[in-house]
Design a protein around this ligand. Structure first.
Ligand code: ATP
Ligand code: MG
Length: 388
């Protein structure tokens, strides 16, 4: 269904998925006077814990979907791998944003790259590998490269770095010959991202450009304002992201991740049809967060451009922090880190810490970018995170 009318506070908003992004959506919706319903099979999920209603069901469960639709005035997703079919089923009854078709493009790296190219947005040279013939036809310029499964990858999972054809063939076999894309390994200088929100009327606003540091394929640090990215390049990234959203007729919050190459060129990496880890700082450092924007786009409410009121550094808190050097479990030194000025701690309510698992994040806000960085480095030292 299309968003014919505004959905006003007091209504119930549905969300597909129970992870931390859903949890922060629930917090924002509830702060604005909405109730929430989460569909998630895990009984102790981060979003389920916070939501008034929790439909305990798999994404493909017809009864669960019917229950979510019955509870909700409008429905969004926090997880890009929700089956597009499930979103279509929901959309027959309720307004769903983002739409199944847009989510489907983001679910498949090959479709995503084809979409970037259609929009005139540069991406890494790549080849689709779905058959032995395509594997054999890979050109030398793509090696060394990164082989990525076309679907279901996240946080660097489903990826292998390959130096030559032998490694490429072995990596593809290890991925059980799943459909993949092979990307040329690019000389990354910086990584940045753009989070935008687009309404059903086409109005589009965005957060300031984020500068991101990844470790082992996982986001580790986000800095805003981006300290080392020229304004013209930031402008280019924002225009690319808007073009990508407009040509999908996108409604909702969208993140586009970019590489800045050593020679200064901008290359789109991937996109996510939802709020993004690199936009979490907006909760504490902007007058409008990415989750409030998600609520507004879903409800057909006006958007206004978020204003960064404090420079910010966000540190991701992975499960590794819950283990000491000997591998024994411990609790990170929260009291010590909270003694630092401008520290905002967000933990997602996950019971079991595991290595590389996103357990929470911490945002440092300060009067100046230098001060935010200085305190974030102190927080890193307290927690045992590497400096940046
Ligand atoms: P996410 O958690 O963002 O969904 P993902 O698993 O989908 O991550 P990518 O964003 O494709 O993975 O890659 C993870 C990281 O690996 C990138 O942020 C970048 O640091 C590095 N990387 C990916 N592709 C390339 C490339 N073509 N050349 C160089 N480095 C790359
Ligand atoms: Mg990524």
């Amino acid at each position: 269904m299309t968003a014919a009318t505004q959905v006003l506070p007091g209504a119930t908003l549905g969300v597909m998925g129970g992870g931390q992004l859903g949890r922060m959506f629930v917090h924002a919706a509830q702060a604005m006077g909405y109730a929430t319903a989460v569909l998630e099979a895990d009984a102790s999920s981060p979003a389920g814990q916070a939501s008034q209603h929790h439909v305990l069901a798999a994404y493909t469960d017809e009864q669960g979907l019917a229950q979510l639709a019955a509870l909700s005035a409008a429905i969004t997703t926090e997880f890009e791998n929700v089956p597009a079919q499930a979103l279509q089923t929901l959309a027959a009854q309720r307004f769903v944003a983002p739409a199944a078709a847009a989510v489907a493009v983001c679910q498949d790296r090959a479709a995503e790259k084809a979409h970037f190219q259609r929009c005139g947005v540069p991406c890494a040279p790549y080849a689709v590998i779905e058959s032995a013939e395509q594997l054999a036809a890979v050109t030398d310029e793509l090696l060394p490269g990164i082989l990525k499964t076309a679907r279901l990858g996240y946080d660097g999972k489903g990826q292998a770095r390959v130096a030559n054809r032998t490694e490429l063939a072995a990596a593809w076999a290890a991925m059980k010959h799943a459909p993949c894309v092979l990307e040329q390994m690019l000389p990354l200088h910086r990584e940045i991202s753009v989070v935008l929100a687009r309404g059903a009327d086409g109005a589009c606003v965005q957060l300031p450009v984020q500068q991101n540091l990844h470790r082992d394929g996982i986001l580790a640090v986000t800095q805003v304002p981006a300290p080392e990215v020229p304004a013209a390049l930031q402008q280019q990234a924002m225009e690319c992201a808007q073009a990508v959203a407009a040509s999908l007729d996108y409604v909702g919050v969208l993140c586009v991740e970019f590489f800045v190459l050593a020679d200064g060129r901008l290359v789109a990496n991937e996109m996510a049809p939802r709020p993004h880890n690199s936009g979490h700082y907006s909760i504490d450092a902007c007058d409008l967060s990415q989750f409030e924007l998600q609520v507004r786009t879903l409800c057909g409410l006006p958007l206004s451009t978020p204003r960064l009121h404090s420079p910010a550094v966000m540190l991701n808190l992975l499960g590794d922090l819950w283990f000491d050097a000997a591998g024994a479990q411990r609790e990170p030194a929260w009291a010590e880190v909270l003694a630092l000025p401008g520290v905002h701690l967000h933990l997602y309510g996950k019971a079991e810490p595991r290595r590389a698992r996103k357990m929470g994040h911490l945002t440092v806000t300060a009067a100046t970018a230098d001060e935010a960085r200085r305190v974030a480095l102190q927080a890193s030292a307290v927690l045992g995170l590497a400096p940046f």
